[in-house]
Design a protein around this ligand. Structure first.
Ligand SMILES: Nc1ncnc2c1ncn2[C@@H]1O[C@H](COP(=O)(O)OP(=O)(O)O)[C@@H](O)[C@H]1O
Ligand SMILES: N[C@H](CCC(=O)N[C@@H](CS)C(=O)NCCC(=O)O)C(=O)O
Ligand SMILES: [Mg+2]
Length: 476
């Protein structure tokens, strides 16, 4: 850190420099203007709060920090103060959650639509192809899951030029940070309850974030629908998981509040220990499985072999980016369409030409999740020209998306105990929980939020990927 952090008991406003009301209001969210000592004090108190409340991850430089709980802990990267976000767009994003939940369920039920929509991609993307093969095997044996649980997160950026809320992607598998994001909102409300007067900010403008509790309730409800008290909830996880505490909040609350046992297995372990019983149910290591909660399985590295028809993959395929329109209710479609950014497949030669001319206005996306997969700027032009020269079907492995340019804000980012003033842009994720048993929709809710903030110069995003920090929202 530039200077060692220390705790400072600020009583009088004068130490922080008087700012007249007009300046304060107009630059309320220019967090860089605050007095250095005040920021030091807030940073110190925030680090203490994060440590005491479990806003933690395993540190990448410490061995075992992703396998042994309690080893190599460091606070999760977070923004010191909440990101200003217009209330009108906040409400719009929250309202869209149940609509997207419904959309995902309908698309995932239409096997023919999924197979047809991805038939070109299937030819050139090995991972998508294998998922679709497993999916078509399930269709052949007519394997249906009566009880279907969706734990989604729809991510948005607010495009500055058009002032419109545009969807970045819809995550239908491994939507992470429901655990930690609740804590960041609590941290910011706590910070503003102590320092709000000095900062001119009101803690009540940070929406309470119930994501961890609502994910726990959805998982517990799905377990009870399965109606076998001896059955467990299986978390499918990666062998090394530095974000394990985000997952442990869910499993510990399931045990403490609902007396539900959870087990953690990698797909390789399921491959070894899994057994599909004659009645179509699954046992792993001899334990009956009621609910499978994927916190892995979104990337090829997670699949050690082919034998994964054990689990319902139809939801998996829905997270593939090029599928995003599928409802009959006109009003709902209009609301969904309103948040769609430009999205094109590459066989549209006109858009390929435009993107070669102005690559900075586009993002090129493969059918992958987990961060670090997108193509930006000149690399978009180079990749498109290479694909055109090859003249193969390769282009079906990608989609082109309109690049969104959010307003930058003067943020303060906390990482490894240090704070940095940066100009940043943010991405709002809204969680959705959806539970259905046969034709009965038991739950379809907006379930909290995740705000992520990254330096505006960074193309990629992602907290686990190391680009973004966890943030919350200050409604303006
Ligand atoms: N259309 C876009 N405009 C601007 N930034 C984008 C766009 N699409 C993605 N990004 C940036 O790239 C990051 C990763 O893209 P995303 O589609 O969310 O892939 P992933 O599934 O790997 O998270 C996002 O968090 C965001 O920071
Ligand atoms: N380590 C795995 C990470 C799982 C993961 O990457 N999930 C994607 C959606 S697929 C996601 O939600 N990305 C946003 C969080 C970020 O910014 O890092 C876990 O935590 O279970
Ligand atoms: Mg993403």
């Amino acid at each position: 850190c530039p200077k060692p952090l220390f705790s400072l008991n600020l009583m009088s406003k004068s130490k922080c420099g008087n700012v007249d009301d007009h300046t304060l209001t107009s630059s309320l969210f220019d967090y860089h203007r605050f007095d250095h000592q005040l920021l030091q004090s807030i940073a110190y108190d925030s680090l203490v709060w994060a440590s005491l409340h479990g806003l933690l991850v395993g540190h990448k430089s410490i061995q075992n920090s992703g396998t042994v709980p309690g080893v190599g802990l460091v606070h999760a990267p977070f923004a010191l103060l909440p990101n200003p976000f217009p209330e009108i767009h906040w409400k719009q994003a929250c309202h869209l959650a149940p609509l997207f939940n419904e959309l995902v369920d309908r698309v995932s039920l239409d096997g023919k639509f999924l197979q047809e929509s991805l038939s070109r991609t299937k030819k050139v993307d090995e991972f998508t192809s294998r998922l679709l093969d497993i999916h078509s095997k399930m269709l052949e044996i007519n394997k249906k899951e009566d009880i279907r649980l969706g734990l989604h997160r729809s991510d948005y950026m607010l495009d500055e030029q058009t002032n419109s809320l545009l969807q970045i992607e819809l995550n239908t598998i491994s939507s992470s940070f429901a655990g930690l994001s609740s804590l960041v909102s609590k941290l910011h409300r706590n910070t503003l309850s102590h320092y709000g007067k000095l900062l001119g900010l009101d803690s009540e403008r940070v929406p309470a974030n119930n994501s961890v509790n609502l994910f726990v309730e959805a998982l517990a409800k799905a377990w009870s629908e399965y109606n076998n008290p001896r059955a467990v909830i299986m978390f499918i996880v990666q062998a090394v998981e530095r974000n394990m505490y985000d997952q442990h909040f869910l499993s510990v609350y399931l045990r403490e509040r609902h007396h539900i046992t959870t087990i953690r297995k990698t797909l390789a372990e399921v491959d070894q220990e899994g057994e599909l019983l004659p009645d179509g149910t699954l046992a792993v290591g001899g334990q009956a499985i009621a609910v499978i909660y994927f916190r892995a399985g979104y990337t090829p590295a997670d699949f050690p072999s082919e034998s994964f028809s054990l689990v319902d993959l139809s939801f998996l395929s829905v997270w593939i980016k090029s599928i995003s329109r599928f409802l009959e209710n006109k009003d709902d479609i209009a609301k969904l369409r309103e948040c769609f950014a430009g999205l094109w497949s590459l066989d549209d030669s006109d858009i390929a030409r435009k993107a070669i001319e102005r690559p900075e206005l586009y993002v090129m996306k493969p059918q992958r999740e987990g961060g670090g997969n997108n193509i930006y700027g000149d690399a978009v032009r180079e990749t498109l020209q290479k694909l055109q020269k090859a003249g193969s079907q390769e282009d079906a492995a990608y989609i082109l998306m309109q690049r969104i340019f959010p307003t930058t804000s003067a943020a303060i980012l906390m990482r490894d105990g240090c704070w940095h003033k940066d100009h940043a842009i943010s991405e709002l994720g809204i969680y959705g929980t959806y539970l259905r048993n046969k034709d009965k929709v038991i739950m379809n809710n907006q379930s909290g939020y995740l705000m992520r903030t990254k330096v505006s110069s960074s193309d990629e995003g992602g907290v686990a990927a190391g680009f973004a920090v966890l943030d919350s929202v200050y409604l303006t």
